[in-house]
Design a protein around this ligand. Structure first.
Ligand code: IPM
Ligand code: MG
Length: 356
Protein backbone atom coordinates (compact mmCIF):
# COMPACT_ATOMS: atom_id res chain seq x y z
CA UNK A 1 0.00 0.00 0.00
CA UNK A 2 1.27 3.50 -0.81
CA UNK A 3 0.08 6.40 1.33
CA UNK A 4 0.99 10.05 1.58
CA UNK A 5 0.97 11.46 5.08
CA UNK A 6 1.05 15.18 5.82
CA UNK A 7 3.00 15.89 9.00
CA UNK A 8 2.38 19.11 10.92
CA UNK A 9 4.63 19.05 14.00
CA UNK A 10 3.56 22.51 15.22
CA UNK A 11 4.97 23.94 18.45
CA UNK A 12 6.45 22.91 21.79
CA UNK A 13 6.82 19.16 22.18
CA UNK A 14 5.00 18.67 18.83
CA UNK A 15 8.21 17.97 16.89
CA UNK A 16 9.52 15.49 19.43
CA UNK A 17 6.35 13.41 19.68
CA UNK A 18 5.60 13.44 15.96
CA UNK A 19 9.07 12.03 15.35
CA UNK A 20 8.05 8.97 17.36
CA UNK A 21 4.98 8.36 15.23
CA UNK A 22 6.97 8.72 12.00
CA UNK A 23 9.61 6.25 13.11
CA UNK A 24 7.02 3.73 14.20
CA UNK A 25 5.07 4.12 10.94
CA UNK A 26 8.26 3.60 8.95
CA UNK A 27 9.11 0.47 10.91
CA UNK A 28 5.61 -0.94 10.43
CA UNK A 29 5.75 0.01 6.74
CA UNK A 30 8.97 -1.92 6.27
CA UNK A 31 7.63 -4.96 8.00
CA UNK A 32 4.36 -5.10 6.09
CA UNK A 33 5.68 -3.72 2.82
CA UNK A 34 3.81 -0.40 2.76
CA UNK A 35 5.29 2.82 1.42
CA UNK A 36 4.43 5.71 3.67
CA UNK A 37 5.77 9.06 2.48
CA UNK A 38 5.84 12.12 4.71
CA UNK A 39 5.42 15.75 3.65
CA UNK A 40 5.99 18.39 6.30
CA UNK A 41 3.91 21.52 6.74
CA UNK A 42 3.94 24.38 9.22
CA UNK A 43 1.17 25.22 11.64
CA UNK A 44 0.70 27.22 14.82
CA UNK A 45 3.16 29.63 16.38
CA UNK A 46 6.14 28.36 14.41
CA UNK A 47 4.19 28.95 11.19
CA UNK A 48 3.35 32.44 12.41
CA UNK A 49 7.03 33.12 13.08
CA UNK A 50 8.12 32.12 9.59
CA UNK A 51 5.11 33.17 7.47
CA UNK A 52 3.07 35.64 9.55
CA UNK A 53 0.00 33.37 9.78
CA UNK A 54 -0.75 30.28 11.90
CA UNK A 55 -2.00 28.27 8.92
CA UNK A 56 -0.25 29.05 5.63
CA UNK A 57 -2.02 28.24 2.36
CA UNK A 58 0.77 25.80 1.53
CA UNK A 59 -0.01 23.72 4.61
CA UNK A 60 -3.67 23.48 3.64
CA UNK A 61 -2.64 22.28 0.17
CA UNK A 62 -0.22 19.70 1.55
CA UNK A 63 -3.01 18.32 3.75
CA UNK A 64 -5.57 18.23 0.98
CA UNK A 65 -3.17 16.33 -1.28
CA UNK A 66 -2.46 13.73 1.39
CA UNK A 67 -4.24 10.56 2.46
CA UNK A 68 -4.02 11.46 6.15
CA UNK A 69 -2.67 14.20 8.39
CA UNK A 70 -0.56 13.76 11.52
CA UNK A 71 -0.43 16.74 13.85
CA UNK A 72 1.70 17.39 16.94
CA UNK A 73 0.45 20.34 18.97
CA UNK A 74 0.18 24.11 18.77
CA UNK A 75 0.59 27.04 21.14
CA UNK A 76 2.88 28.47 23.78
CA UNK A 77 3.43 31.57 25.92
CA UNK A 78 5.66 33.06 23.24
CA UNK A 79 2.55 33.96 21.22
CA UNK A 80 0.33 35.13 24.08
CA UNK A 81 0.54 38.75 23.08
CA UNK A 82 0.02 38.56 19.31
CA UNK A 83 -3.35 39.52 17.79
CA UNK A 84 -6.01 36.95 18.68
CA UNK A 85 -6.84 35.99 15.07
CA UNK A 86 -3.20 35.03 14.50
CA UNK A 87 -2.72 32.94 17.60
CA UNK A 88 -1.39 29.38 17.14
CA UNK A 89 -4.73 27.86 18.23
CA UNK A 90 -6.38 29.57 15.28
CA UNK A 91 -4.22 27.45 12.99
CA UNK A 92 -5.65 24.31 14.54
CA UNK A 93 -9.23 25.55 14.43
CA UNK A 94 -8.79 26.61 10.80
CA UNK A 95 -7.35 23.31 9.63
CA UNK A 96 -10.27 21.47 11.30
CA UNK A 97 -12.65 23.75 9.42
CA UNK A 98 -10.75 23.57 6.10
CA UNK A 99 -10.78 19.78 6.16
CA UNK A 100 -14.36 19.70 7.44
CA UNK A 101 -13.38 17.50 10.39
CA UNK A 102 -16.74 17.48 12.11
CA UNK A 103 -16.21 14.57 14.49
CA UNK A 104 -13.31 14.14 16.87
CA UNK A 105 -12.93 10.63 18.26
CA UNK A 106 -11.17 10.42 21.59
CA UNK A 107 -10.91 6.91 22.99
CA UNK A 108 -10.07 6.36 26.64
CA UNK A 109 -8.82 2.89 27.36
CA UNK A 110 -7.51 1.42 30.55
CA UNK A 111 -3.84 0.46 30.61
CA UNK A 112 -3.49 -2.05 33.41
CA UNK A 113 0.17 -1.26 33.85
CA UNK A 114 -0.61 2.44 34.41
CA UNK A 115 -3.23 1.96 37.13
CA UNK A 116 -0.80 3.41 39.68
CA UNK A 117 -0.28 6.66 37.82
CA UNK A 118 -3.96 7.65 37.91
CA UNK A 119 -5.03 9.59 40.99
CA UNK A 120 -8.25 7.56 40.88
CA UNK A 121 -8.62 4.23 42.65
CA UNK A 122 -7.93 1.15 40.60
CA UNK A 123 -11.42 -0.30 41.11
CA UNK A 124 -12.91 2.83 39.56
CA UNK A 125 -10.83 2.85 36.40
CA UNK A 126 -10.16 -0.86 35.87
CA UNK A 127 -11.61 -1.92 32.54
CA UNK A 128 -12.71 1.54 31.37
CA UNK A 129 -13.30 1.54 27.62
CA UNK A 130 -15.07 4.59 26.33
CA UNK A 131 -15.06 6.69 23.20
CA UNK A 132 -15.77 10.38 23.29
CA UNK A 133 -17.20 11.76 20.06
CA UNK A 134 -16.75 15.51 20.13
CA UNK A 135 -18.39 17.80 17.57
CA UNK A 136 -15.44 19.73 16.17
CA UNK A 137 -16.38 22.37 13.61
CA UNK A 138 -19.33 24.17 15.18
CA UNK A 139 -20.74 25.48 18.43
CA UNK A 140 -19.27 28.27 20.49
CA UNK A 141 -15.82 27.76 18.94
CA UNK A 142 -16.98 29.12 15.60
CA UNK A 143 -20.29 30.98 16.11
CA UNK A 144 -20.57 34.64 15.18
CA UNK A 145 -20.74 37.26 16.55
CA UNK A 146 -17.71 36.89 18.71
CA UNK A 147 -16.53 40.29 19.84
CA UNK A 148 -16.10 42.92 22.47
CA UNK A 149 -18.49 45.83 22.28
CA UNK A 150 -19.65 48.78 24.23
CA UNK A 151 -23.20 48.58 25.52
CA UNK A 152 -24.67 51.58 27.32
CA UNK A 153 -21.19 52.89 27.91
CA UNK A 154 -20.07 49.61 29.49
CA UNK A 155 -17.58 47.08 28.19
CA UNK A 156 -19.38 43.93 27.05
CA UNK A 157 -18.50 40.75 25.21
CA UNK A 158 -20.32 38.09 23.20
CA UNK A 159 -19.54 34.54 22.01
CA UNK A 160 -22.15 32.63 20.07
CA UNK A 161 -23.15 29.00 20.38
CA UNK A 162 -24.59 28.28 16.95
CA UNK A 163 -25.54 24.95 15.37
CA UNK A 164 -27.48 23.99 12.29
CA UNK A 165 -29.58 20.85 12.57
CA UNK A 166 -27.56 18.90 10.01
CA UNK A 167 -24.31 19.62 11.87
CA UNK A 168 -25.84 18.01 14.94
CA UNK A 169 -27.29 15.14 12.94
CA UNK A 170 -24.07 14.06 11.26
CA UNK A 171 -22.03 13.89 14.46
CA UNK A 172 -24.72 12.05 16.41
CA UNK A 173 -25.20 9.60 13.54
CA UNK A 174 -21.45 9.00 13.58
CA UNK A 175 -21.64 8.21 17.31
CA UNK A 176 -24.40 5.64 16.71
CA UNK A 177 -22.43 4.06 13.86
CA UNK A 178 -19.43 3.69 16.17
CA UNK A 179 -21.58 2.31 18.98
CA UNK A 180 -22.70 -0.51 16.65
CA UNK A 181 -19.16 -1.88 16.72
CA UNK A 182 -18.84 -1.50 20.49
CA UNK A 183 -21.01 -1.98 23.57
CA UNK A 184 -24.10 -0.51 21.88
CA UNK A 185 -24.71 2.41 24.16
CA UNK A 186 -24.67 6.12 23.35
CA UNK A 187 -24.66 8.77 26.05
CA UNK A 188 -25.58 12.16 24.63
CA UNK A 189 -24.25 14.92 26.89
CA UNK A 190 -25.94 18.31 26.85
CA UNK A 191 -27.28 21.12 29.00
CA UNK A 192 -30.90 20.85 27.89
CA UNK A 193 -32.19 22.27 31.16
CA UNK A 194 -30.68 25.64 30.19
CA UNK A 195 -29.53 25.88 26.58
CA UNK A 196 -31.75 26.01 23.50
CA UNK A 197 -28.93 24.49 21.43
CA UNK A 198 -28.94 21.50 23.80
CA UNK A 199 -32.70 21.07 23.46
CA UNK A 200 -32.32 20.73 19.69
CA UNK A 201 -29.33 18.44 20.28
CA UNK A 202 -31.47 16.16 22.47
CA UNK A 203 -34.35 16.19 19.98
CA UNK A 204 -32.02 15.17 17.15
CA UNK A 205 -30.46 12.42 19.28
CA UNK A 206 -33.88 10.91 19.94
CA UNK A 207 -34.78 11.07 16.25
CA UNK A 208 -31.58 9.42 15.08
CA UNK A 209 -31.83 6.72 17.73
CA UNK A 210 -34.97 5.46 15.95
CA UNK A 211 -32.73 4.25 13.12
CA UNK A 212 -30.70 2.22 15.62
CA UNK A 213 -33.08 0.06 17.67
CA UNK A 214 -30.22 -2.15 18.86
CA UNK A 215 -28.47 0.79 20.55
CA UNK A 216 -29.44 2.28 23.90
CA UNK A 217 -29.57 6.07 24.01
CA UNK A 218 -29.14 7.88 27.28
CA UNK A 219 -29.13 11.65 27.89
CA UNK A 220 -26.96 13.22 30.54
CA UNK A 221 -26.57 16.82 31.62
CA UNK A 222 -22.98 17.94 31.27
CA UNK A 223 -22.46 18.86 34.92
CA UNK A 224 -23.62 15.44 36.01
CA UNK A 225 -21.55 13.91 33.19
CA UNK A 226 -18.41 15.58 34.54
CA UNK A 227 -19.09 13.98 37.91
CA UNK A 228 -20.04 10.55 36.53
CA UNK A 229 -16.80 10.43 34.55
CA UNK A 230 -14.73 10.19 37.72
CA UNK A 231 -17.36 8.54 39.92
CA UNK A 232 -18.27 5.64 37.67
CA UNK A 233 -16.60 5.84 34.25
CA UNK A 234 -17.35 2.20 33.41
CA UNK A 235 -20.98 3.12 32.71
CA UNK A 236 -19.91 4.84 29.46
CA UNK A 237 -19.44 3.39 26.01
CA UNK A 238 -19.81 6.09 23.34
CA UNK A 239 -20.27 9.66 24.59
CA UNK A 240 -21.35 12.27 22.06
CA UNK A 241 -21.33 15.95 22.79
CA UNK A 242 -20.91 19.45 21.39
CA UNK A 243 -17.56 21.08 20.78
CA UNK A 244 -16.76 22.83 24.06
CA UNK A 245 -18.32 20.24 26.37
CA UNK A 246 -16.22 17.65 24.53
CA UNK A 247 -13.06 19.71 24.91
CA UNK A 248 -13.52 19.89 28.66
CA UNK A 249 -14.73 16.35 29.25
CA UNK A 250 -12.00 14.74 27.17
CA UNK A 251 -9.27 16.33 29.29
CA UNK A 252 -11.09 15.07 32.34
CA UNK A 253 -11.35 11.59 30.82
CA UNK A 254 -7.60 11.47 30.34
CA UNK A 255 -7.16 11.20 34.11
CA UNK A 256 -8.72 7.76 33.88
CA UNK A 257 -5.70 6.44 31.98
CA UNK A 258 -3.17 8.12 34.21
CA UNK A 259 -1.92 10.82 31.88
CA UNK A 260 -2.94 13.20 29.15
CA UNK A 261 0.22 11.91 27.50
CA UNK A 262 -1.50 8.64 26.63
CA UNK A 263 -4.58 9.75 24.67
CA UNK A 264 -4.72 9.69 20.87
CA UNK A 265 -7.44 11.16 18.70
CA UNK A 266 -8.81 10.99 15.19
CA UNK A 267 -10.79 13.77 13.52
CA UNK A 268 -12.95 12.64 10.66
CA UNK A 269 -14.89 14.20 7.83
CA UNK A 270 -17.21 12.99 5.11
CA UNK A 271 -14.61 13.00 2.37
CA UNK A 272 -11.15 12.76 4.03
CA UNK A 273 -8.29 13.19 4.62
CA UNK A 274 -8.69 12.62 8.34
CA UNK A 275 -6.44 14.21 10.93
CA UNK A 276 -4.72 12.43 13.82
CA UNK A 277 -3.30 14.14 16.88
CA UNK A 278 -2.54 13.48 20.52
CA UNK A 279 -5.01 15.27 22.76
CA UNK A 280 -2.30 16.75 24.97
CA UNK A 281 -1.10 20.20 24.06
CA UNK A 282 2.30 21.63 23.20
CA UNK A 283 3.61 21.53 26.82
CA UNK A 284 5.99 24.48 26.31
CA UNK A 285 7.41 24.02 29.82
CA UNK A 286 9.05 20.73 28.85
CA UNK A 287 9.64 21.35 25.13
CA UNK A 288 13.07 20.58 23.74
CA UNK A 289 14.12 18.57 26.78
CA UNK A 290 13.55 15.11 25.32
CA UNK A 291 11.24 14.13 28.20
CA UNK A 292 7.77 14.34 26.61
CA UNK A 293 5.63 11.23 26.33
CA UNK A 294 5.43 10.19 22.64
CA UNK A 295 2.88 7.41 23.23
CA UNK A 296 -0.29 9.42 22.52
CA UNK A 297 1.10 10.39 19.11
CA UNK A 298 2.28 6.86 18.41
CA UNK A 299 -1.20 5.61 19.32
CA UNK A 300 -2.64 8.31 17.02
CA UNK A 301 -0.57 6.78 14.21
CA UNK A 302 -2.14 3.42 15.05
CA UNK A 303 -5.58 5.02 14.76
CA UNK A 304 -4.55 6.38 11.35
CA UNK A 305 -3.61 2.92 10.12
CA UNK A 306 -6.91 1.49 11.30
CA UNK A 307 -9.38 4.28 10.51
CA UNK A 308 -7.90 5.86 7.36
CA UNK A 309 -6.11 2.93 5.77
CA UNK A 310 -8.07 -0.05 7.09
CA UNK A 311 -4.83 -1.67 8.33
CA UNK A 312 -6.23 -3.37 11.42
CA UNK A 313 -3.39 -5.79 11.99
CA UNK A 314 -0.68 -3.15 11.62
CA UNK A 315 -2.54 -0.89 14.05
CA UNK A 316 -2.83 -3.68 16.56
CA UNK A 317 0.89 -4.39 16.33
CA UNK A 318 1.57 -0.80 17.43
CA UNK A 319 -0.97 -0.93 20.26
CA UNK A 320 0.49 -4.20 21.49
CA UNK A 321 4.01 -2.79 21.34
CA UNK A 322 2.94 0.18 23.49
CA UNK A 323 1.39 -2.16 26.03
CA UNK A 324 4.48 -4.32 26.04
CA UNK A 325 6.75 -1.36 26.70
CA UNK A 326 4.51 -0.23 29.56
CA UNK A 327 4.38 -3.74 30.99
CA UNK A 328 8.17 -3.85 30.84
CA UNK A 329 8.17 -0.82 33.13
CA UNK A 330 9.42 1.94 30.81
CA UNK A 331 7.99 5.36 31.73
CA UNK A 332 8.39 8.95 30.70
CA UNK A 333 8.17 11.46 33.54
CA UNK A 334 4.41 12.09 33.28
CA UNK A 335 3.57 8.43 33.97
CA UNK A 336 6.51 7.63 36.22
CA UNK A 337 5.86 5.69 39.41
CA UNK A 338 7.96 3.88 41.98
CA UNK A 339 10.11 1.01 40.79
CA UNK A 340 9.75 1.83 37.08
CA UNK A 341 12.44 2.73 34.58
CA UNK A 342 12.49 6.38 33.63
CA UNK A 343 13.22 6.96 29.94
CA UNK A 344 13.53 9.94 27.62
CA UNK A 345 11.31 10.61 24.61
CA UNK A 346 13.81 9.11 22.18
CA UNK A 347 14.44 6.10 24.41
CA UNK A 348 10.70 5.47 24.64
CA UNK A 349 10.45 5.60 20.84
CA UNK A 350 13.30 3.09 20.56
CA UNK A 351 11.61 0.76 23.05
CA UNK A 352 8.34 0.84 21.09
CA UNK A 353 10.20 0.09 17.84
CA UNK A 354 11.99 -2.83 19.50
CA UNK A 355 8.68 -4.17 20.82
CA UNK A 356 6.91 -4.05 17.45
C1 IPM B 1 -7.94 20.36 21.97
C2 IPM B 1 -7.31 21.69 22.32
C3 IPM B 1 -7.77 22.74 21.32
C4 IPM B 1 -9.28 22.84 21.44
C5 IPM B 1 -7.10 24.13 21.48
C6 IPM B 1 -5.61 24.04 21.42
C7 IPM B 1 -7.64 25.11 20.49
O1 IPM B 1 -7.60 22.04 23.63
O2 IPM B 1 -7.71 19.88 20.85
O3 IPM B 1 -8.65 19.81 22.81
O4 IPM B 1 -9.79 23.55 22.31
O5 IPM B 1 -9.97 22.21 20.64
MG1 MG C 1 -8.63 20.54 24.72
Amino acid sequence: MEKRIAVLPGDGIGKEVVQGAIEVLKAVGERYNHQFSFTFGEIGGSAYDSTGVPLPEETINICKESDAVLLGAVGGPKWDTIPVHLRPEQGLLQIRKELNLFANLRPTTYFASLADSSPLRKEIIEGVDMLMVRELTGGIYFGKPRERREVNGKEAVVDTLYYERDEIERVIRQAFELAKTRKKKVTSVDKANVLESSRLWREVAVEISKDYPEITLEHMLVDNGAMQLVRNPKQFDVVVTENMFGDILSDEASVLTGSLGMLPSASISEEGPYLYEPIHGSAPDIAGQNIANPLATILSAAMMLKVSFGLEEEAEVIEKAVNKVLDAGFRTGDIMSEGKTRVSTTEMIEEVKKAL
